[in-house]
Write a protein that binds this ligand. Structure first.
Ligand code: NAP
Length: 277
């Protein structure tokens, strides 16, 4: 029977560690989540982040701006938050409306408050193998693998998906753990041949049940990052039949998802400790 790696439980252990870390602090770490407009997924993600942050005892606020907010107004708000002594972490919920250049917004956030870990300064530090604020989803995946004592050294890892928020940073993190890393994407030829080589296969594609059994090596570890809504149900990028071949897998929901929020709060506490000590 493959092992079900329960991100929800690992997330609880992260929260427990954070509670211990925060005991004895003379200040309350603070997070500001900025959202433009009322895209339903963005509303639910920002609410969840705020809820978990408050449960942990952080000073958290969601700053809700109209969808029509100009780039200049958004940048002015970020400048203000960068300068605010009491603010430790700034997160701008993506995607942003079309009229706003995401890259400029990410670069405007002070790297020391960049709790999403998307600023090019932090991305560069990550690839240079230096300590940094790491992007939350890949950091959560590493925490799950560590929790279940998956030894990554020398492992053949294949990541399907090359986004800046999942695939690319995860590749840097797996490399730093001495895995042999391949990143596949929509232009990869003979994808099934590539994925069948994987001892660790990560699906970050955004297509429901995309990874089929014939794409999976017997005994592989499967990480399913996908969140797809099908008939009002959340399903991952990995077909349930493919899991049967694995040695361990993450479910959807209850796998990688809960870890992303937990690592965001871990980054907020880390940013606060760095700034205020
Ligand atoms: P994204 O930016 O849309 O990237 C998707 C990647 O999949 C791209 O690199 C794309 O290749 C590749 N791809 C698409 N079709 C393919 C195909 N037929 N064959 C091979 N590769 C293909 O997605 P993302 O932001 O990384 O998110 C991926 C999924 O993870 C989504 O379902 C998202 O909702 C979910 N997600 C979950 C969490 C969480 O906390 N659990 C966090 C972030 C994202 P190209 O680059 O060539 O287009």
């Amino acid at each position: 029977m493959p092992l079900r790696m329960k991100g929800r439980e690992v997330a609880q252990s992260v929260y427990q560690q954070l509670r211990e870390q925060m005991r004895g602090l003379t200040f309350t770490p603070s997070l500001r989540v900025v959202r433009l407009g009322r895209d339903p997924a963005s509303v639910s993600y920002t609410r969840l982040k705020d809820k978990r942050a408050r449960e942990l005892g952080l000073d958290s606020k969601v700053l809700e701006l109209p969808a029509a907010t100009s780039q200049q107004e958004l940048l002015a708000l970020i400048t203000e938050l960068n300068a605010a002594a009491e603010v430790d972490g700034i997160l701008v919920q993506l995607p942003l409306p079309e009229h706003i250049d995401e890259g400029s917004v990410i670069e405007a956030i002070s790297p020391e408050k960049d709790v999403d870990g998307f600023h090019p300064y932090n991305v560069g530090r990550l690839w240079a193998g230096k300590e940094t604020l790491e992007p939350c989803t890949p950091a959560g995946i590493l925490r799950i693998l560590d929790h279940y004592q998956i030894d990554l050294a020398g492992m053949e890892a294949v990541i399907v998906g090359r986004s800046n928020i999942v695939g690319k940073p995860l590749a840097a993190m797996l490399l730093s753990r001495n895995a042999t890393v391949t990143i596949a994407h929509s232009r990869t030829r003979e994808l099934a041949d590539v994925t069948r080589r994987a001892e660790l296969l990560v699906a970050a594609v955004g297509r429901a049940r995309f990874i089929k059994a014939e794409m999976v090596r017997q005994g592989a570890v499967l990480i399913d990052v996908g969140i797809n809504r099908v008939d009002d149900k959340l399903v991952g990028d990995v077909d349930p039949a493919a899991r049967e071949l694995s040695r361990a897998y993450t479910p959807v929901p209850g796998g990688v998802g809960p870890m992303t929020v937990a690592m965001l709060l871990a980054n907020t506490v880390k940013a606060a400790l760095r700034r205020r000590r």
